[in-house]
Design a binder for this molecule. Structure first.
Ligand SMILES: *Cc1c(COP(=O)(O)O)cnc(C)c1O
Length: 454
């Protein structure tokens, strides 16, 4: 089935397959699926050791917002390396950690005033879950031990983050190890009734949420959501009304709202943060991925004064949040994040993205009536195409047929990295792509889809 070119540099690939265990990969697949050996990256392009180049249409797992090796980030990191590499953040501080916290608070939704650092997205989710739980404990409400999560949501793959994730592919095997969240039905517009608008579906799902809260609020610490787009669950999109309504319900029932913007933050959905489109402030805002422009691992959890105050007491009161990671607030990563925010501040990133996303939407409109496409959806710089066996019945292709993999392999032939989520072909390019590069990426996907459904 593999028609993609075999990489020339067999030695690197052979060495890799001898020692490296890759993420999200059945290693046996690499008996037939080529492993790309990348030696250099620039802008939206990855250069392989065999001389071929590939357009990074998924921004290296959604991390790389401005393209690879952005000169401003590279220069900042080189400068930072000459000053301070890494120190532990307990008992000490440094300029990048403080400046970044100040700048994040400045650009984040109003009311977020405290920044807790970690070093990857899942850890940020762990921090938010633990902080919310611990807040209620410190407030004398120890019965609030549960979380409400949405069906189809994804929050990472460490045990706590996976517990509030509802993607069977990642969760099912480990279910015996996980705690059980209260699962609320997703406001995903695709799952609305026939003829029901995204807005009406959102309103209906808010009624479900109200019913859940009426029953469970006394035992719930927080609701966790990916605002506007449930990404790893298949780029499922919902109306901003849902996020707005959820904030109101959380206020009414005194439950925290955790906004996991690890994937949708930093301009992806058309605003710097997705929550802005609902004009709300969550109690916890989780950030990672685009935070460093895709250069270094870093995450942050922003919260408010009320939460911070619930932990602030004499040491003997035993109220401190003692969570820690060795690389918390790494100076290099914080510096990369500062340069990333500076680019947003100095360049018309969101305006230029509007032009790019309009072009992407126009090109994808060609697929809207395809017999094997049930849905073409887009929110800002995220677009997705839902492949099905029959668009009228929405009958799905069995996962075992791995149709999306065929799209991936065709993409490689055309020099484009597409990495469908099951039968959902999606586009999440770095913001430096040109309209011609968008054309290439869409052309490769359309051809790949034709082959995949044949
Ligand atoms: C990627 C992702 C995570 C997990 O981040 P990692 O850095 O991969 O651990 C959590 N939540 C969302 C919404 C994500 O997209």
């Amino acid at each position: 089935m593999s028609t993609a070119p075999a990489p020339q540099n067999l030695s690197l690939v052979a060495r890799d397959l001898g020692v490296v265990w890759h993420p999200c990969t059945q290693m046996h697949d690499h008996e037939t699926i080529p492993m790309l050996a990348i030696e250099r990256a620039e802008g939206a392009w990855l250069h392989a050791t065999d001389g071929r180049r590939y357009l990074d249409a998924v921004s290296s797992w959604w991390t790389n917002v401005f393209g690879h090796r952005h000169p401003r980030i590279v220069a900042g990191l080189k400068d930072q390396l000459d000053r301070l590499d890494h120190i532990m953040l307990a008992g000490m501080t440094h300029e990048p950690a403080v400046s970044l916290a100040e700048k994040l608070i400045e650009v984040a939704p109003a009311g977020l005033s405290r920044v807790f650092y970690a070093d990857n997205g899942s850890s940020a989710v762990e921090v938010a879950l633990k902080m919310s739980f611990h807040y209620w404990r410190n407030q004398g409400r120890p019965a609030r031990t549960r979380f409400i999560a949405l069906s189809g949501g994804y929050h990472g793959e460490t045990i706590g983050a996976l517990s509030v994730t509802d993607v069977a592919l990642y969760r099912a095997t480990y279910a015996p190890l996980l705690f059980a969240p209260i699962l609320a039905p997703s406001p995903d517009a695709y799952l609305g009734a026939i003829g029901e608008s995204a807005r009406d579906h959102a309103a209906r799902r808010l009624l479900d949420m109200r019913a859940l809260l009426q029953r469970h609020a006394h035992e719930v610490a927080a609701i966790i959501i990916e605002p506007l787009v449930q990404c790893a669950g298949g780029m499922r999109m919902h109306h901003a009304d849902y996020v707005r309504g959820l904030r109101a319900l959380c206020d009414e029932f005194s439950v925290h709202l955790i906004a996991d913007e690890i994937a949708v933050g930093f301009g992806r959905t058309g605003s710097l943060f997705a929550c802005e489109q609902a004009s709300i402030t969550p109690d916890f805002l989780c950030l990672s991925k685009g935070l460093t422009g895709g250069t270094l691992p870093l995450s942050a959890v922003l919260t408010n004064d009320a939460v911070h105050a619930a932990f602030y007491a004499e040491y003997s009161a035993g109220k401190a949040f003692l969570h820690s990671h060795s690389y918390t607030g790494n100076a290099l990563a914080c510096r990369a994040a500062l340069e990333t925010l500076a680019i947003f501040n100095e360049q018309p990133v969101l305006a230029s993205n509007r032009t790019l996303s309009a072009h992407l939407g126009k090109r994808l409109a060609a697929l809207a009536d395809h017999a094997n496409v049930a849905d073409v959806r887009q929110t800002g710089m995220i677009a997705a195409v839902e492949l099905v066996r029959d668009r009228r019945t929405r009958e799905e292709f069995p996962a075992a047929e791995r149709r999306g993999l065929r799209v991936y392999l065709h993409g490689l032939e055309r020099g484009v990295i597409l990495r469908p989520l099951g039968n959902v072909v999606y586009f999440m390019p770095p913001y430096c792509v040109s309209t011609a590069e968008i054309d290439l990426m869409v052309d490769a996907a359309i051809e790949g889809i034709e082959r995949a459904v044949a």
